[in-house]
Design a protein around this ligand. Sequence first.
Ligand code: HMG
Ligand code: MG
Length: 299
Amino acid sequence: MSLPKNVRLVEVGPRDGLQNEAQPISVADKVRLVDDLTDAGLAYIEVGSFVSPKWVPQMAGSAEVFAGIQQRAGVTYAALAPNLRGFEDALAAGVKEVAVFAAASEAFSQRNINCSISDSLKRFEPIIEAAQAQGVRVRGYVSCVLGCPYEGRISAEQVAPVARALHEMGCYEVSLGDTIGSGTAGDTRRLFEVVSRQVPREQLAGHFHDTYGQALANVYASLLEGIAVFDSSVAGLGGCPYAKGATGNVATEDVLYLLQGLGIETGIDLDRLIAAGLRISEVLGRATGSRVARARSAG
Ligand code: HMG
Ligand code: MG
């Protein structure tokens, strides 16, 4: 299979990245980050979550962030919604695209959203119905596709029915998340090979955390499987509050560098992206997690 000519990057730093920060981050800093990402040419930005603030305190100000950002035509600004309440709050904040999130592991589903996999899928049905009635698109996530912090190994055969259920329910795209970043390129190829028998490859995305340093290799393995959408996080921000020790997503800068080297188009400006990542890293008081940004900004 030849590599895709164009790839869409889904920037999840403001959500998957910042949700895991213990320190307070002001609405102004979050707005600045999203605006910087828009200026860098990202076409899809996950801005925040409409989840319980008791579960994920850092996402509490998501409505204010939506109110503050400069939305550019042609760019999708999305948010997570775990239940109908979250969807309605998102709608009230003017959100035009939401994402629902399920898991391939029962234990993770319980810890992350306090219900079983099958109950979560039932919970998403009215969200998708309401979203379709409002012209809001819904993206789906499956977490723990290559391993679970509580259950260990997860097989591709456990992932496929969950991805298929989300797709059949009306999710236009299903993102497969290596939440704990333990998967290898071999696992990744097999995952997409198996899941694509249930959901077309054009409607699948890869979401790799970099805990074991495998994320870029997994992106490349996915490209070889014909996957053309990847979630990534500027400066490698993030982790997951319900997956202890999980590091951030693969850095957007590093994925972009890889794609540029392969001659694959994204429409993103690497220098601006690096600047966006350095600015939020300064706010957080630590070095960027992007190797490309570190190399480009060194002495
Ligand atoms: P629950 O406690 O079972 O819900 O939580 P509940 O319906 O019993 O409500 C409990 C309280 O939460 C009530 O308030 C509700 O009003 C409130 P109280 O009466 O106690 O004051 N509540 C809400 N508040 C605001 N917004 C809402 C909402 N819903 C209820 N939408 C629930 C169930 C799903 C709400 C909870 O478990 C939750 O919010 N979980 C979110 C967890 C999360 O955001 N995790 C991180 C994102 S997933 C991820 O990072 C993985 C991903 O990146 C892919 C990958 O890497 O694999 C996507
Ligand atoms: Mg994630």
